[in-house]
Design a protein around this ligand. Structure first.
Ligand code: C5P
Length: 275
């Protein structure tokens, strides 16, 4: 049996470059893992089983965890059944990559359980078949991601940051947010500039997310929440991914009704072990 944490991610910047012919969008984004984590235990079993302490999470074969386990079995020819217990802390439909992180953790976990028959590089290459954000979790925890998000360049850890993750009630579906995006009128920027700024430790003004506009159009209360958090004195308040969670940097403490606020920190891993 093995127990692993399954961390959330935020996007320190997220630029949409263009809509691709396959319906996906080409991105340039700086991803950062954070210590807001689910917990997963994986054990060998005689029959597949997935149990979760969150009643709203589907545990049937549609769950990305099963997609990950099935890909592992297909690619390796190994037929191990697994009993997986999942304890959820990462809010869903939040843009925090919870489902993708769970899939990555299951892939790492089944490989660890079987004494590492597959290299991390190979696991990471399979991750893109599960979902666009899954490959990121095989990075160092800080990575510049391009393509659909599945092309991952690991970076050295950024300087430590305490953040607040603020999640209002109600979620947004990622495909819906991308559908609402005005892909013909995207700001043209060079994403290597904000990347260089983050790497140089001078990130002020380099936080942005092209998915904020469509997310705010779909849920106007998000803009009010952002403005209210800004007015509380945070230096940066940014939607993570397609929302509806924000992350806030600065010394204020969020005081907003009907939202959940969770403290977190940037999280990195050494490439020899999981988070
Ligand atoms: O890859 P994943 O299944 O996580 O993507 C969910 C949905 O988000 C896709 O079906 C697509 O509508 C949208 N998406 C996109 N461009 C990306 C990533 C996701 O349009 N780069």
């Amino acid at each position: 049996m093995i127990q692993l944490i399954s961390p959330a991610k935020i996007n320190l910047f997220l630029q949409v470059l263009r809509r691709g012919h396959d319906g996906y969008h080409e991105l340039a984004s700086l991803f950062q893992a954070i210590d807001l984590c689910d917990t997963m235990t994986i054990a060998q079993a005689t029959q597949d089983k997935l149990q979760c302490d969150h009643p709203e999470l589907p545990t049937d074969r549609t769950n990305l965890i099963w997609k990950a386990i099935d890909i592992f079995r297909q690619k390796t020819g190994l037929s191990t059944a697994v009993d997986i217990q999942l304890s959820k802390k990462i809010p869903m439909e939040a843009g925090l990559g919870g489902g993708s992180s769970n899939a990555a953790t299951a892939l790492w976990g089944i490989n660890a359980l079987l004494d590492y028959p597959v290299s991390t590089i190979e696991l990471q290459s399979w991750a893109g078949e599960i979902g666009s954000d899954v490959a990121f979790f095989f990075s160092s925890g800080t990575a510049y991601c391009t393509g659909r998000g599945e092309k991952v360049r690991s970076l050295p850890p950024l300087s430590a940051q305490k953040i607040w993750v603020v999640k209002p009630q109600g979620g947004l579906s990622t495909p819906l947010v991308y559908k609402k995006l005005d892909a013909a009128n995207l700001p043209s920027r060079d994403p290597l500039k904000p990347l260089a700024a983050f790497l140089a430790g001078s990130s002020k003004g380099s936080f942005f997310n092209d998915l904020e506009a469509p997310a705010f159009a779909l849920m106007p209360s998000l803009l009010d929440l952002r403005n209210s958090l800004k007015a509380q004195g945070f230096e940066e308040v940014l939607l993570s991914g397609s929302g509806t969670a924000f992350f806030c940097l600065g010394n204020a403490i969020p005081a907003v009704e009907a939202v959940t606020a969770m403290p977190a920190h940037y999280l990195n891993r050494s490439l020899a072990s999981w988070y």
